[in-house]
Design a protein around this ligand. Sequence first.
Ligand SMILES: C[S@@+](CC[C@H](N)C(=O)[O-])C[C@H]1O[C@@H](n2cnc3c(N)ncnc32)[C@H](O)[C@@H]1O
Length: 308
Amino acid sequence: MEKHVSVLLNESIENLNIKENGVYIDATLGFAGHSSEILKRIPKGKLFAFDKDQTAVSYSKERLESINNNFQIYNEGFENIKKRCTQENIKPDGILFDLGISSVEIDDATRGFSYMKDAKLDMRMDQNNPKTAEEVVNTYTVEKLVDIFRKYGEEKHALKIAKEIEKERLVKKIETTKELVEIIDRCYPYKEKRNGHPAKKVFQAIRIEVNNELDEFERTLKDCLEVLNVGGRIAVITFHSLEDRICKNIFKKATEIDKVIKGMPNIPKDMLPDFKLITTKPIIPTDIEIRQNSRSKSAKLRVIEKIK
Ligand SMILES: C[S@@+](CC[C@H](N)C(=O)[O-])C[C@H]1O[C@@H](n2cnc3c(N)ncnc32)[C@H](O)[C@@H]1O
């Protein structure tokens, strides 16, 4: 299997401040690059890892077993973290999110994530999810398509592309990534095609919609603040501005001192925030990492710690 190269690996592991007897959660196991590093550092602890993708889970189980058995994998969405923490009666000392999809998912032509490879319009991370990209493209109204292309893709030709999709699907159902790429390509002015692939933003938007990525991330990150142990940290690697904004705002709110009490000379301890920011500015990959792995280019790492 072609490998996924983990992004900001050292930076995220260092910032989790791992204790050898601690309990850790990898919310996005993928191909276990980060999980392997966590597991090696917790000979007396336990790792709980989540991934919706069956392929990722079966590959990573073997990879982690070759290190030790202090782990448990859930082949389910990270939105179950809070429920699982209650069931297992644990308060994690660290939680990691490495959002988006893995290179293995992108490179697997059968999954339909890539605008570079012809495949059925699928884009599901969870192969049991009933909603596919084909359903989005063929059944959403023009207004709804425009809305997701703008909101999740920041696509400025959203209306033109949505109308062209509608025109096309009246003639024939749009079934493949190639057919969709051709439609988008027709809507793009020639001179703008130099600024990256014309289908990039629309594909991102459809993927986010199919997998309900932003809502689930926002809800789960808030849950994680609740379940985290005192002294524990949450590290989040994002790959686009929409995810990063959600993380930045949630962390900001959790670490802010109330405006009313901010000016007081001696603020009572219980009125101080429960969290502190470890990264006031996000950590980004070095030039060397970007050169070695172009997928890391847009990555940002933010870290927060629960202090009381
Ligand atoms: C960027 S990859 C993680 C790579 C991993 N850190 C590594 O080093 O191998 C992201 C993974 O998260 C999974 N994923 C995305 N959203 C998820 C969700 N809501 N719940 C569980 N897994 C999710 C994807 O299927 C993918 O395998």
